[in-house]
Design a protein around this ligand. Structure first.
Ligand SMILES: [Zn+2]
Length: 428
């Protein structure tokens, strides 16, 4: 059955904005994108949804933890990252299987209501795979290994991950997530990547998020070393007095970077780190609002832009983020780029690309984050206050209007279409 989703402005991202445009959907795929009048004339049998707003591809969140949605009380504790991490660890045992699932379900609802239709989700409790698969949201669930040294990994950690991979519900693509260079022993980190590669799965990890991590990887001491020693973990970096490398340099040295990997945060990345990421084809999932809440620093997004270093955008979880609204996250990142001195004409477009195409590329997906024939029919419609002025506007003005509206919190996700099905609709 054909459906025509029309809007005053259609923003395919992979091509120029279309005034009075439409997206023709056949089942769960996009059949055509073009002027509304033309598509309606060619397909008079199509049922039309006439939306009011800017119609974009569904947004792609490149870093999240759906299961921590109900940990949102932690996003206001106003403590630096190592202290926050301790609170996370302390709260985790208070959650039951049903609570993890309900927390993930709420996160999924929030994302879909904000126009996000694909997510790179870190999964620590495999029971959240079920609600995620059921939701139909696109993207990858990355099974996380965390707090593992060689002993705990061979005793139980490795078997637990392999069992989760084997028992996962159908309908959800899986990946591997070795948590960080400081919570995973070096040999275990390399094994996680090897497990993924042996199965043709992708890897997603946290890298260069905080100063404490930079110190730990370089010298093997500091607050994270204290934590690992307290947990009784035998870590090579502590034993060896560090690697004298940056987190990115260290992961590259152990063979853990490549085009099958994307990395969250990448805040403390200098020019040579970014060169490594770029040359390995590693997308950085930037999460500026989470970095601020955790007092972790600010990602050098202006440098990423100026150098052409690949990046995507993530919200992180509600435990360290004010919302799961990716357009707000994107607007905050755009504003940071301006503050850092990047004011080229392409800024708005490239930030919107990062929130769509960038997230897709970070996960190796070619059929999301774009309005294009053959892509998944994942659409979002955003109300923007300047909509009437956008007809006939320059393309750059359309991208700017979308981000300006989000920066002023004047945007609203009018509708979300997931795999051809309207799953959020404030208009009817
Ligand atoms: Zn994270």
């Amino acid at each position: 059955m054909l459906t025509l989703h029309s809007a005053p402005i259609v923003l395919p991202v992979v091509s120029e904005p279309i005034g009075d445009g439409a997206v023709l959907v056949d089942g769960d795929r996009i059949a055509a994108v073009g002027p509304r009048g033309q598509l309606a004339a060619e397909h008079p049998e199509a049922r039309e949804h006439a939306w009011s707003g800017v119609l974009t591809p569904g947004l792609v969140n490149a870093h999240a933890h759906l299961q921590y949605t109900d940990f949102e009380e932690l996003n206001s504790i106003d403590e630096p990252f190592p202290v926050w991490l301790g609170r996370m660890v302390a709260k985790r045992p208070t959650f039951t299987e049903a609570m993890w699932q309900e927390s993930a379900r709420r996160g999924l609802r929030l994302m879909l209501a904000a126009g996000t239709t694909a997510v790179a989700d870190i999964v620590t409790e495999p029971e959240v795979l079920e609600p995620t698969a059921q939701s139909g949201i696109a993207g990858i669930s990355y099974l996380e290994a965390v707090f593992e040294d060689a002993q705990s990994w061979s005793d139980s950690g490795r078997a637990r991950i392999l069992a989760a991979l084997a028992d996962a519900p159908v309908g959800r693509t899986l990946g591997m997530s070795p948590h960080t260079p400081y919570t995973i022993a070096t040999a275990v980190f390399a094994d996680c990547v090897a497990i993924a590669r042996a199965r043709g799965l992708r890897t997603h990890t946290h890298v260069a998020e905080s100063e404490a991590e930079v110190r730990y990887v370089a010298t093997g001491d500091g607050p994270f070393a204290d934590d690992m020693l307290r947990f009784g973990k035998a870590m090579e970096l502590i034993r060896d007095g560090g690697s004298v490398l940056t987190p990115v340099g260290f992961l590259d040295k152990i063979g853990a970077l490549g085009p099958d990997v994307h990395a969250a945060h990448c805040v403390h990345c200098d020019a040579s780190d970014r060169e490594i990421l770029r040359s390995r084809g590693v997308y950085a999932a930037l999460c500026v609002r989470s970095n601020r809440i955790l007092q972790a620093g600010e990602p050098p997004v202006a440098d990423y832009l100026a150098e052409g270093s690949p990046f995507a955008i993530g919200t992180d979880s509600l435990a360290s983020s004010p919302s799961l609204d990716l357009l707000e996250e994107a607007a905050t990142l755009r504003d940071l780029a301006l503050v850092q001195g990047y004011d080229e004409f392409d800024l708005d477009r490239r930030i919107v690309e990062a929130a769509t195409l960038g997230g897709a590329a970070a996960m190796g997906l070619t059929d999301v984050g774009r309005l294009d024939q053959g892509a998944r029919a994942d659409l979002a419609v955003f109300a923007v206050p300047t909509l009437d002025a956008l007809t006939g506007a320059e393309p750059g003005e359309v991208y700017a209007a979308l981000l300006d509206a989000a920066a002023a919190k004047m945007h609203q996700c009018v509708a979300t279409v997931l795999g051809g099905t309207v799953v959020h609709d404030t208009q009817s």
